[in-house]
Design a protein around this ligand. Structure first.
Ligand SMILES: [Ca+2]
Length: 341
């Protein structure tokens, strides 16, 4: 989230995906050596990036502290990972993503498969309920203002970041800056050495990473603008490998469009659950979720604007339904059990 709504946004980080990708990670030693060699590129590439940002209206003063933070921070990781994803998606035959267990078309919750494995459990449904209880007035506000039900919001934020417990292990500034300057495959030896791309594949990949670099540059600009406007310390915050931040994994360009100051402290802080709940609700509403119970097909369609994956949408809706309908019965049973002691 990312939110990753359309092709213009990066995919939200997922702990599990619909299909198993072939691992293309090179041997550790090779990667380390290539990363070290690549550090030589750093000064030159940051200079060009700095000039581009100045040309796009940022001032020397505004950029000074950001580039201090970027020193020696060039990383092959974000674009290298994107190359890996593109390679797997386009040049590796797909495996069937639905396991034998998920083949039946119906299940107890009435939400069709596929789902992400391991997410739709009673334990996670209870966590979703507890998250709602902890921030009840903001979920109520989200329902009143944006018409998105609390159980769906809580399930989405659980799938994205386990309610803020897994916010990514990267930092948005070096990730987006590195991706923005990674315009040539030769900058990514740690990820391309073992690919053995054909000339045709290489040409295709070169064109793709230029598009992705431009996308990252636009996101980098949005990140810098967000930091300047909200006095946010973007150097200290975690992110996904593609720079998605906060409980809902928003890409920076989404913050100005859908970010909401839910708790009214004058700042949009997506690491604050209250702001994040309202921001996610705002995003879904603007993508078409206009009533508390829209038709199922509409719910799936809107959730896929957040992350273009049917399994993602189904997992959220199944977890939301489990937390809404099953848990009260569990709670009731527990009460009964206590009553018999
Ligand atoms: Ca706020």
């Amino acid at each position: 989230m990312a939110c990753s709504c359309t092709a213009s946004h990066a995919p939200a980080p997922k702990k599990q995906t619909e299909q198993k990708a072939v691992s293309l990670q090179p041997a550790a030693e090779t990667a380390k050596s290539s990363e070290q060699n690549n550090e030589q590129l750093t000064d030159k590439t940051w200079t060009a990036l700095h000039a581009r940002l100045i040309n796009d209206g940022f001032t020397e003063q505004e950029l000074h502290k950001f580039f201090l933070q970027l020193e020696h921070a060039y990383s092959q990781k974000p674009m290298g990972n994107k190359v890996k994803e593109l390679y797997n998606a386009n040049f590796v035959p797909r495996k069937k993503s639905v396991s034998k267990k998920q083949k039946p078309k119906t299940n107890a919750l009435g939400i069709p498969y596929p789902w992400y494995n391991g997410y739709v459990t009673k334990e996670n449904a209870l966590k979703c309920q507890n998250f709602i209880k902890a921030h009840e007035q903001y979920f109520l506000l989200a329902e009143q203002r944006y018409r998105v039900p609390r159980h769906v919001l809580s399930a989405l934020i659980y799938v994205e970041t386990w309610h803020g417990k897994f916010l990514g292990k990267f930092n948005p500034l070096p990730m987006l800056a590195s991706m923005a300057v990674s315009t040539d495959l030769s900058m990514l030896p740690a990820y391309t050495e073992n690919l053995h791309l054909t000339p045709k594949q290489e040409k295709w990949m070169q064109n793709k990473i230029k598009v992705k670099a431009d996308w990252a540059y636009a996101e980098l600009k949005a990140l810098l603008q967000y930091a300047l406007q909200n006095d946010a310390d973007i150097n200290s915050v975690p992110s996904s490998i593609y720079g998605a931040i906060g409980y809902g994994q928003f890409m920076p360009s989404n913050i100005s469009r859908f970010g909401v100051d839910g708790n009214g402290d004058g700042k949009i802080d997506l690491f604050n659950p209250q702001d994040a709940i309202l921001s996610v609700a705002c995003f879904l509403n603007r993508q078409g979720w206009k009533e508390l119970s829209p038709p199922f097909a509409k719910q799936v369609k809107v959730l896929k604007r957040y992350n273009y994956s049917t399994a993602y949408a189904h997992t959220i809706l199944a977890l939301a339904k489990l937390s809404k309908t099953v848990l009260p019965n569990i709670a009731q049973n527990k009460e009964n059990m206590h009553g018999t002691r």
